[in-house]
Design a protein around this ligand. Sequence first.
Ligand SMILES: [Zn+2]
Length: 382
Amino acid sequence: MQHYLIRFNVNMAKKKSDAPQHTSVVNETSLAFFEKYINNPSPTGFEWKGQELWLEYLKPYIDTHYVDNYGTAVGIINPKADYKVVIEAHADEISWFVNYITNDGLIYVIRNGGSDHQIAPSKRVNIHTDNGVVKAVFGWPAIHTRLGGDKEEAPTLKNIFLDCGCTSKEEVEKLGIHVGCVITYEDEFMVLNDRYYVGRALDNRAGGFMIAEVARLLKENNVKLPFGLYIVNAVQEEIGLRGAEMIAHKIKPNVAIVTDVTHDTQTPMINKITQGDLACGKGPVVSYAPAVQNNLNKLLIESAQKAGIPFQRQASSRSTGTDTDAFAYSNDGVPSALISLPLRYMHTTVEMIHKEDVDNVIRLIYESLLNIQAGQDFRYIK
Ligand SMILES: [Zn+2]
């Protein structure tokens, strides 16, 4: 709604500039990369193809890079600098594992990350095998055959199953499918009403995209940072922040700014009393949580205010549930903060994010970096 009004104002009468004007960042080339990156499967523990795509996009904007044993990718600007600042997102996509193949050729699955059993029935999937992708569908009994029972059964891990068109276990195995093959949905990227990006696992490949865009902006604006910048696309967040734990130990950063998604709470069946009041289109979300270092958080907020970037606030008890926790509690304690992107329908295949929020998260990370000094001491008491 606001976006429409702003655009109208800009076109019709430039003088009415009370409302903050939106600054676009994502361009045609970067959007083409984003689409390709989202459509590529990147299951937790099997992220390397996505990491290759990401590095390929990032390389023109960094001095050097490396990839660790489990696939976390790190692009570096000023690799020789002592003071190290991390900007981080996670690269992995929730998925399923083949767990059990019946003699009739049906396949039962287990989760790889927080995959949602409720959305599985009637979805089309890609089973990743050594011989390439094999197609299958999550079957579900017809409404006709379910009627007459005393209750409707809800989908659970015990009753959802994949059908790949085979009638025996042997036939399934001949396709290259075995226990441990990973499974992703086939749903792809789209733009909705010229306002939202929609796709599967925008959580958190949108984050990987945004930190790469920060590197692009730094390069294009010829910014010389006074510290080393580590642009980190970590693996295995969805099963417990594992990639971030590993790489935080390796980099030993002085500061970490993490970006991930958070819940938009404007759609039905979400309780604002417990989940907070956050909306797509109203800007990046800064978090209050013990793992978030308050002086670093203040720097983010002041950066947003100075640059006229809208932002929202969120509180988390105990942990943020993001890689922020992994960085904060690594090494001797790393000043860390979180910039979240509001998202609708998390862990479904139709995750939605607002285009302007994407631009604004990129801008907020970028502006915050410009305000960090080499050697900056964030301690509360010196
Ligand atoms: Zn997630």
